[in-house]
Design a protein around this ligand. Structure first.
Ligand code: ZN
Ligand code: ZN
Ligand code: FE
Length: 773
């Protein structure tokens, strides 16, 4: 063709497994171009030949009209010599070393597929695995890149002629839909007993639903693992699930059939509705209605419940009947263990919990829990999604880094663990791994690291871990034979928040959480750091307080309360408060002696412990059965009075030379005294939040006034507390400072690995990567 040119277009971004090649093919044919398109390990490669105008039009549509799940990060263009090729085709993928292509996270079932699911005339009527190029499993079925059926767990299923036709037809919406399947050729459901015996039932799904109606607990194999399910309104079923799982109070998530059903349970804002129904479908924490038809044991002590909408065809079918429209759906693991994904493992692990197993024969390549978040309303900058756990729907999308890093691995801390692999300007934050004080979880960590490393082709030159010498993750890092970079926990929190916000210049960062190992060998957890990922200074902190019995105090907030009151407000011992009567025989004397003699009472400047102490003083929680329980229940107690006016409580700021010290003595004494005088616990809980936030804000104001940065980051698990987060954000803004709030990167320990990546990159660049005290 005269006047023809040929170009090569290298497309980078989220372009595999999202219908990108068929999209290119349709556009190229529409524009009368010849050439080819294929997946590479780096993305999608296009060679197109034709009139320059049509080539330009193709380049334009690549960005503007890309499929809904796709994300084009960049297109590089190179000129080639025309070959006179005719027609446009998709060619077989090639595998090349180098930078990794982005694979899509799993995507919720699209409307077109749902229509087929409910259409009795369609050959996929009620087929639990219907999907297309716009929806379906992705990350959870990928074994390696490029994303092609032979490299997914769908390779076990041969396409039937009808499915093969769809797969090969560029005009079909299932053209190159890698998980394409139908009842004739695809995965199937079956129902098993806890001993693994397969039940001979005509319809496994209906039989499972019948069992749920009777109040049974079912283990249900989903996208990234097993859920444990039961009727959400049946208190006896929920209690049985809790008893068998060994999880007395930790909140359970529910799955609702649709938005209307979710609105019967919760108050839902427009933005919350949008996120619930989005392609990612995270669990959102939503305010429960008083009259919600929900068993009290779903989320005891809390005013929120975690809600998600169905995200696979199986889930849509499962919750379709009116009497099953709200189900408890909690991760199928033993308490603390990783999400169970292998079938044999599921039977072994969950056999004592579930009455029956609804399973299917599509293998899960990558385990992936549900993501969890909430919408923070009423803070400066508008409503925002804050993720507590970043997993399904988000993983394996990378986080863009504000700096360049050599290839590196970061293994995170101990709880709510993620790891990260990074190279260049990208960090791949893993799915939620679990708590690595559990041996199984540590094994899963090693397996997942190896999987992702192979998958991304990143060969780490160093490994970053926590400064704490005794964490399982630290020992795992030391065993890898790579140079180890030890990162202080709160410095990692700070760097993580900087990466998430794309900041490199010095900031103030409040890092508040339960526990982190400080460079002075004490426990930290309420620190104001100033600096960068390269180096930071501890400019303020909570007064170090005694932890009677160390770890035992973490599990029993009552101990912390007794110890702290004795240490800083001994006069409260004569007040008529419930704390003194609830303590066990001899416990008071023994704790007070420990504190006096300073035997087995490590010091901690921990915000988490401060919330624990206040929760126990206000009769909210004596024993924590899950991480953060006391703080969560205290926050939820305070919610009705969040904006109430009244006499203020204060946290005193003391500074001689050196760091500003936040002294909780008079605050604790004030709370105990007011509680003894019969003041409302709700109001006191709210005033405690206000006092703590005011102290953080005032400290930051002083630091900024003394020439410190005006930007203030709020990071660490304590900032999952919405009242605290909102009060700090509003207070900082009112003081003329610039608050930076958490968002899509978890502010808790799930984000620590990202921060470790940044600090390790700074160390590789010759900076100290330390916190100075
Ligand atoms: Zn679809
Ligand atoms: Zn088929
Ligand atoms: Fe932490």
């Amino acid at each position: 063709m005269s006047g023809s040119v040929r170009v090569a277009l290298h497309v980078r971004g989220l372009v595999q497994g999202v219908g990108f090649r068929p999209f290119v093919l349709r556009q190229a044919r529409r524009l009368g171009l010849s050439g080819r398109v294929w997946n590479t390990s780096e993305g999608v490669e296009i060679e197109a030949e034709g009139p320059p105008k049509a080539i330009a039009a193709l380049q334009d549509t690549l960005r503007r009209e890309a499929p809904p799940i796709a994300r084009v990060d960049g297109v590089e263009v190179e000129t080639r010599s025309p070959t006179g090729e005719s027609g446009f085709t998709i060619v077989q993928s090639e595998r090349r070393a180098g930078d990794a292509a982005l694979v899509s996270p799993d995507v919720a079932t699209c409307d077109a597929c749902l229509e087929e699911l409910w259409d009795p005339a369609n050959r996929r009527y009620r087929y639990p695995f219907v999907n297309c190029t716009d929806c379906g499993p992705r990350f959870t079925i990928v074994e390696r890149v490029p994303y092609d059926r032979p490299f997914t767990t769908m390779r076990a299923f041969d396409l039937c002629p009808a499915c093969a036709r769809e797969y090969a037809d560029p005009n079909d919406r299932r053209y190159h839909a890698e998980p394409n399947a139908c009842p004739a050729c695809g995965p199937r459901l079956s129902l098993c007993l806890p001993d693994g015996a397969v039940l001979d039932v005509p319809d496994a799904l209906e039989a499972a639903q019948e069992r749920l109606r009777k109040g049974e607990i079912l283990a249900i194999k989903g996208l990234g693992g097993y859920h444990l399910a039961c009727l959400a309104r049946a208190e006896d079923a929920v209690c049985r699930l809790r008893a068998r799982k060994g999880r007395p109070r930790r909140p359970l998530a529910v799955m609702c059939r649709d938005l209307a059903t979710a609105r019967d349970l919760c108050r839902i804002s427009a933005i919350e509705a949008e996120i619930l129904a989005s392609l990612r479908r995270p669990i959102l924490l939503l305010a429960v209605r008083e009259d919600a038809p929900l068993a009290p044991s779903v989320a005891p002590g809390l005013t929120d419940v975690g809600v998600m909408l169905p995200y696979t065809p199986l889930h849509h079918l499962l919750v379709a009947p009116d009497d099953l429209a709200v189900l408890v759906m909690t991760s199928g693991n033993r308490s603390g263990g990783p999400m169970v994904a292998e079938d044999a493992e599921a039977i072994a692990r969950l056999g004592g919990i579930a009455d029956a197993f609804l399973v299917h024969d599509r293998r899960i390549a990558n385990r992936c829990d549900d993501s969890v978040g909430f919408v923070l309303a009423g803070a400066p900058g508008g409503d925002r999604l804050v993720l507590v756990r970043r997993s399904r729907g988000f993983v394996p999308l990378p986080v863009d880094l504000p700096v360049h890093t050599p290839p590196g691995l970061a293994v995170g801390a101990m709880l709510a663990e993620t790891f990260a692999l990074a190279a260049g300007r990208r960090a791949f934050l893993s799915q939620h791994v679990g708590d690595t004080d559990d041996v199984d979880t540590l094994a899963f960590l090693a397996e997942a690291v190896e999987g992702l490393r192979r998958w991304l082709g990143i060969d780490p030159e160093h490994v970053a871990c926590d400064l704490h010498p005794d964490l399982p993750t630290t020992r795992y890092a030391e065993g890898l034979g790579l140079p180890v970079v030890r990162v202080q926990h709160h410095h990692a929190h700070m760097a993580s928040a900087m990466a998430a916000a794309g900041i490199t210049e010095p900031v103030q960062a409040w890092t508040c959480d339960g526990t982190g190992y400080g460079p002075d060998r004490t426990t930290w957890g309420c620190e104001l750091l100033v600096g960068t990922s390269g180096s930071a200074q501890r400019v303020a902190h909570l007064k170090p307080m005694p932890l009677p019995g160390s770890e035992a105090a973490v599990r029993r907030p009552l101990r912390t309360a007794v110890g702290w009151l004795h240490a800083v407000a001994p006069a409260t011992a004569d007040l008529p408060i419930g704390l003194w009567t609830r303590a066990r025989l001899g416990e008071l004397i023994w704790i007070r002696q420990m504190v006096d003699r300073q035997v087995r009472v490590p010091l901690a400047s921990s915000a988490g412990r401060l919330f624990d102490a206040v929760a126990a003083i206000l009769d909210v929680c004596d024993d924590a059965t899950y991480e953060g329980q006391a703080a969560m229940e205290l926050e939820h107690l305070a919610r009705p009075a969040e904006y109430a006016d009244g006499p203020r409580l204060t946290l005193d700021l003391a500074s001689q030379a050196g760091p500003i010290v936040l002294d909780p003595s008079s605050l604790l004494e004030g709370l105990a005294t007011a509680h003894a005088a019969g003041q409302s616990r709700v109001v006191l809980a709210a005033r405690f939040h206000a006092a703590f936030a005011a102290a953080l804000v005032e400290t930051s104001r002083r630091v900024a006034a003394g020439g410190g940065p005006r930007r203030v980051l709020l990071c660490g698990g304590t900032f999952q507390n919405q009242i605290l987060l909102r009060a700090c954000a509003l207070g900082l803004a009112a003081a003329g400072l610039e608050p930076e709030l958490p968002g899509p990167v978890p502010t808790g320990d799930g984000g620590v690995s990202l921060g470790q990546v940044l600090v390790a990159a700074a160390v590789a660049a010759g900076q100290p990567g330390r916190v100075e005290i």
